[in-house]
Design a protein around this ligand. Sequence first.
Ligand code: ADP
Ligand code: ASP
Ligand code: MG
Length: 410
Amino acid sequence: MARIVMKFGGTSVADLDRIRNVAQRVKREVDAGNQVAVVVSAMSGVTNQLVKYCTDLSPLHDAREYDAVVATGEQVTSGLLAIELQRLGTDARSWQGWQIPIQTDDAFGKARIDGIDGSALLASLNAGQVAVVAGFQGVAPGNRVATLGRGGSDTSAVALAAALKAERCDIYTDVDGVYTTDPRIVPKARKLAKISYEEMLELASVGAKVLQTRSVELAMNERVRVQVLSSFQDIPGGDIPGTMVVDEDEIVEKQNVSGVAYSRDDAKMTVRHIKDRPGIAATIFGALAAANVNVDMIVQNLGADGTTDMTFTVGKADLPRAHEALGAIQSDIGYTDLLEDPDVAKISVVGVGMRSHAGIANTMFRALADKGINIQVISTSEIKVSVLIAAEYTELAVRALHTAYGLDAA
Ligand code: ADP
Ligand code: ASP
Ligand code: MG
């Protein structure tokens, strides 16, 4: 007998038929003698609709009320799955974040899990009941519901697996594993049997939405065995193996570049004609930090007239708050214009081989140049190179890079 966590994303619970399918999968594990905690997302499209309600009413809405709205999607699915399991004769009970409780910090809208008290859940599992947990949500100090950022049900699942000391954490989704790039835009993408925590972490953080970044971070720190697999495929009596996220030393064949990712979630901002003096960067990024806006790529250009332009990227959803924060400091730093461009994409290549091989970035720049794609901003880390380009070239760039690094399936 094993204790396992199974997580089902939005498309896996998109309608009642899909929920029936999920219930069958859960029942199969229970009938095999396992203790099962299930984590569910909202039905496909629901969270987007809830987010839109909030932003349509007010772009600068209160994050606490946003959380009160968007956390509801998962409550619905957890109840529905528990009903279907009970109908099949499998004892099951739904759990909201506050009932467990899953304690978070007070960064509403993108809260972090501070701790999970697994004792009530464990008692229920030990009594033979399936726990159907609403993903994406927890409870912040002051007893308010808080959500974990988009894609956060992955993190709920891994955190729960760690708290319950589960044998494994299976993340069921609409693809059958982690690929060398998004298989929806590159049909020649290859499925990876294994990927290292480090590479998965980097790929997720630059846009590969198959796992939320924090879920990988947590799995790496807590040594949770995570598998990504499909809820849409079956072999008689079981699942087709997906991709295991493992330690680097478990991977025999190391590639220089193991994956390509893209993100259209960022917007570019340029603060123009600022005086070139100490303290300017601190003022700009201090104001953004105070407004809870995360900044990613940054470049500064010195103009011929002695002023500088500061260009950087922020999350698209943070653009209204960034605009407001920078508007408030215009008189302090005396810039002339604030340019905003949401039509950009960040394209990244990731691989642990970069630590020991030169020329990887240059292959990227050459491949993009050959397609006539202009690079607006560049940033690098130990195992990643990212570039910002016009959004219209996203797919072209991803395909070109996938080929340039020899990743295409035969
Ligand atoms: P869920 O609703 O199950 O959480 P997501 O939409 O969040 O599913 O994540 C699955 C999607 O991630 C896939 O449909 C795929 O388009 C996308 N994706 C992006 N990069 C990759 C990759 N490298 N490998 C697999 N899927 C990827
Ligand atoms: N429903 C949430 C979202 O769409 C959380 C998740 O699916 O992981 O972001
Ligand atoms: Mg997801």
